[in-house]
Design a protein around this ligand. Sequence first.
Ligand code: PHB
Length: 393
Amino acid sequence: MKSTRTQVAVVGAGPAGLLLSHLLHRSGIDSVVVDIRGREEIATTIRAGILEAGSVRTLVDTGVSDRVITEGDRHDGVVFRFGGDNHRIDFQELVGESVWLYPQNDVFVDLAARREADQGDVRYGVADTAVDISGERPVVTFTEMDGRPARIEADLVVGADGSRSVCRKTFPEGARREWFREYPFAWFGFLAEAPPSHPELIYAHSDHGFALVSQRTPTVQRMYFQCAPGERPEEWDDDRVWAEMRRRVNGNGFEIREGPITGKMVLPFRSFVTAPMRHGRLLLAGDAAHTVPPTGAKGLNLALADVKVLHESITDFLAGAGDRALDSYTERALDRVWKAQHFSYWMTTMLHSVDGASDFDIERQRGELSLVTGSRHGAAYLAEAYTGWQPAR
Ligand code: PHB
């Protein structure tokens, strides 16, 4: 069996795992990253597209990506559409920040290239990953792409292995708590070959349910609409999809630009948090520890924010600060996690239709949207949350 000794073993080579490995490398700390997915598979998985200002700063300032600036699109505001009209929230004017439209798969491509250029040890396409935390030092075992068994012994193991995390399941019974919420709907997401319908994102509340108009490139657009959780993408042909979008967003001079649909998927919708995010020498980051519904695009940003805090905790710990350095990780990360949980939940309930909602419920939602878009303080609350809160400490 091939055996490797490293300081930090990272399970999961998505943006969280690779950013952590990159930041550790910059601090002179050695890590090995493993993922059951192939590099190409991760690079082509379609995920969300909005980066907070702080996420962009991290990627640019630590030398991961210039492309986010040169090829990404800076958005200085966002549109809420309700009662048939567009209402814009101006981030720059309200909080002096912006967000960037730069898809998660591009963030991955940049991180993977950076790790490769720095000769980072990242093993894609492994199988049978397991974590053993019973010994003095944690061990990650897996099967290499060529079929050979391998093991990594580390000072610390980080589970950045997504919502179905193997690492999370390694916590002993009773060692952590879970908070969970389901929603009675999902999102139907699709890519279309069409010009942009609008320069900024449009979050639309309508009598027929929620819809989101986002973008990707001058010729490819990303859109979503609220659907039932059990909806099957194959039952939606292009005509049916566009008819649904039209009735949710068209009107008063606005018309969605249509074109051939190139990919369809139904996105799960739930809120989940587990804590503590650490047990002994095993720590969780990103989706492995928490999931938010996609309204507000907080998932990736939250994962990157976890990693920034975790990098500090690990650096302190390995410099001899002791368990205290690791203990503080959960508390520091969770502050932002629960803010983002609230924000995603709030955006969701403000914008989506629920079966059986009364006329009162619907008018109340419109009142809330009017408050958020029409009052300077309401709009600033949204702008600050959407562009990303400054770290609490
Ligand atoms: C996306 O462009 O994929 C996107 C944007 C905003 C969201 C969710 C997804 O809230």
